[in-house]
Design a protein around this ligand. Structure first.
Ligand code: G6P
Length: 608
């Protein structure tokens, strides 16, 4: 391992000075003080390493090796390889030091113990009193109870059998030879995994093509239904919701059911539900007699559900080898169980995240796969990482406002968009490159210039960007896979799931709940309730003879919600834009001027 850091470049963002030079710091130890927001920050930099320059506030060494021979040594010493998976992890371009490693070792050992307990069925989500068992999905014998093992195995068998029957046409829609399309309705963890996997692995001509409705945007839904056209009659609609009550998903379902009715089709013959037993969705599907229902287990969180029916059913129906996905994930899990940090790829990732972001999310993680089919990986990781790690409180109840921001699309495309800033601009990120060695299937390659293929360019751009960033002290991790196969995709999912778990333990937070999401849902519910009151007030005024248009103040007063006048204005503007309210006077551009009524008076409504 390279321990000598030959070039200590010392420029840093002045913001960091403010953050770390807290009043609790006993002295001006410029970057790594011992406490930050109640947490120990692992690195301390001796004052001797500091120097000043005229333009910059100088804070800490970047710790990045610049001597080519020492850097090569660091590369070789730290290169992780999983032979069976054909996966490599290079952390040499992250500048962690021996001291940091030493300091982190006990915390990593605790994280390994936490992961071990979690796999044994500990209540790893204390808030919700739940076990966290996504690791059992690819190794059912790990499950702490025999009935869980059985449940997982039988669910997998059901998925495979159902998919086989659909693909072979044994299960088919009324009046058609076979299903040709999948319309998957779901959001968050009930969409992102299947979307990522479809993009990464679906063959060019899958047995069933897939589309997604992952929002309550009416125009988006109309678009998907319009694109299906007559094929709606041969579309398998998979409704995915763990809770079974997510509004966006319910709305998508109601919209699609309406389209089925209008096309004279029987939805129940084409609908499949994936949800927890006895959820609203489960009960609806059971009562309406849908084609099939698959379980979502209480102990699998939405964002880690790719290896459950959520991800597997859609994948199998597209002809993707789901047992290979599971095998890849299982192999990766196995590798991540070693307590030797250097041999544990998830721990290496978590360690780099901690080093690069000071364990407080002070830098963003830019994920750049140089492969079109992995485009949605960063979007998938956004939920996995940010919903897991973005937490207000730690496990001891201290306010920590933790998190790790993830963004990125793909290379080299992004080089023509924002990489300029990464190279030269604000230094608030680290990069994860995903490299795929195999350019295209064997036998299809050709040289577009002497000695150079199209894939060589992609390779060159990745390597070039990695070097250019490093030469400007921008840290990066590189994950390399041989090919994008079900096995490697399974392994990538498992790698990041475990890295998130380990990192959460390092920063002492609960990675398996999402209390913050509720705030937005609750606020949306309150807005819709206010809209109903506005409608009722407007309806009464609109049923008068003559009609009595109301000002915003009058509406707010009659709704007993004077403090909500801005929201009432927005509700009116939205209704007016959708021809559900009529602006009688003034215009939406000057809110004080408007008077409004409803185009139609609903007499029944007045007596409700
Ligand atoms: O699967 P569902 O219960 O419909 O939930 C869908 C999504 O809803 C919430 O917003 C959660 O924060 C996500 O973690 C979840 O994946």
């Amino acid at each position: 391992m390279a321990s000598s850091i030959s070039n200590l470049s010392l420029k840093l963002n002045p913001q960091r000075l403010t953050r770390h030079h807290s009043s609790s710091s006993p002295s001006f130890y410029p970057f790594r003080t011992t406490q930050f927001r109640g947490q120990r920050v692992a690195r301390e930099v001796p004052p001797t390493t500091l120097s000043t320059s005229s333009n910059d506030v100088v804070l800490r060494p970047t710790g990045l090796e610049k001597d080519p021979r020492a850097l090569w040594k660091r590369y070789v010493d730290w290169l992780y390889q999983h032979k069976e998976l054909g996966l490599y992890l290079d952390v040499s371009r992250v500048g962690f030091t021996d001291e940091f490693l030493k300091e982190m070792e006990p915390r990593l050992q605790k994280a390994f113990k936490d992961m071990e307990d979690l796999e044994k069925g500990a209540i790893a989500n204390p808030d919700e009193g739940r076990m966290v068992g996504h690791y059992w999905l690819r190794n059912p014998n790990l499950a702490p109870k025999a009935f869980l093992t059985l449940q997982i195995k039988s669910c997998l068998d059901q998925i495979c059998q159902f998919a086989d029957k659909v693909i072979s046409g044994k299960i088919k829609p009324p009046g058609k030879d076979s299903f040709t399309q999948i319309l998957s309705i779901g959001i968050g963890g009930s969409a992102l995994g299947p979307q990522f996997v479809a993009e990464a692995l679906a063959p060019d001509n899958p047995p069933l093509k897939i589309r997604f409705i992952d929002n309550t945007d009416p125009a988006g839904i109309d678009h998907q239904i319009a694109q299906l056209g007559d094929e709606l009659a041969s579309t398998l609609v998979i409704v995915v919701s763990k809770s079974g009550g997510t509004p966006e998903t319910r709305n998508g379902l109601l919209e699609v059911q309406k389209a089925f009715r209008e096309a004279g089709l029987d939805f129940s013959k084409q609908g499949v539900a994936i949800t927890q037993e006895n959820s609203l969705l489960d009960n609806t599907a059971r009562i309406e007699g849908w084609l099939a229902r698959f379980p979502m287990f209480d102990w699998v969180g939405g964002r880690t559900s790719e290896m459950s029916a959520v991800g597997l059913l859609a994948a199998a129906l597209q002809g993707i080898d789901i047992r290979e996905m599971l095998a890849g994930a299982s192999l990766m899990d196995e590798a991540n169980r070693t307590p030797i940090v250097k041999n544990n790829p998830a721990a290496l990732l978590a360690l780099c995240w901690y080093w690069s972001t000071d364990g407080v999310g002070s830098k963003d993680m830019v994920v750049l796969p140089y492969k079109d089919s992995l485009l949605l990986f960063s979007r998938y990781l956004q939920q996995l990482v940010m919903e897991s790690l973005g937490k207000e409180f730690d496990l001891d109840g201290n306010r920590v406002n933790q998190g790790l921001t993830v963004y990125g699309n793909k290379g080299s495309t992004d080089q023509h968009a924002y990489i300029q800033q990464l190279r030269d601009g604000v230094h608030n990120f680290f990069v994860t490159f995903i490299e795929v060695l195999r350019d295209r299937p064997p036998g299809h390659d050709w040289e577009l210039e002497p000695g150079v293929t199209c894939g060589d360019y992609l390779f060159g751009f990745l390597q070039g960007t990695r070097s250019a960033l490093y030469s400007n002290d921008r840290e990066s991790i590189t994950v390399t896979v041989q090919e994008v196969t079900p096995r490697t995709v399974g392994a990538l999912v498992a790698l990041y799931e475990r890295a998130v778990g380990i990192y959460a333990s390092l920063v002492n937070i609960n990675a398996y709940h999402q209390p913050g999401v509720e705030a937005g849902k609750k606020a949306a519910g309150e807005i819709l309730a206010l809209q109903k009151r506005v409608l009722s007030v407007l309806n009464e005024a609109s049923c008068k003879d003559p009609v009595e248009p109301l000002s915003l103040e009058e509406i707010a007063e009659q709704c007993h919600a004077p403090a909500e006048i801005e929201m009432i204005y927005k509700i009116i503007a939205h209704m007016a834009a959708n021809d559900r309210a009529v602006i009688a006077e003034g215009s939406c551009g000057s809110p004080r001027s408007i008077k409004v009524f409803l185009g139609e008076c609903n007499v029944d409504e007045m007596f409700v």
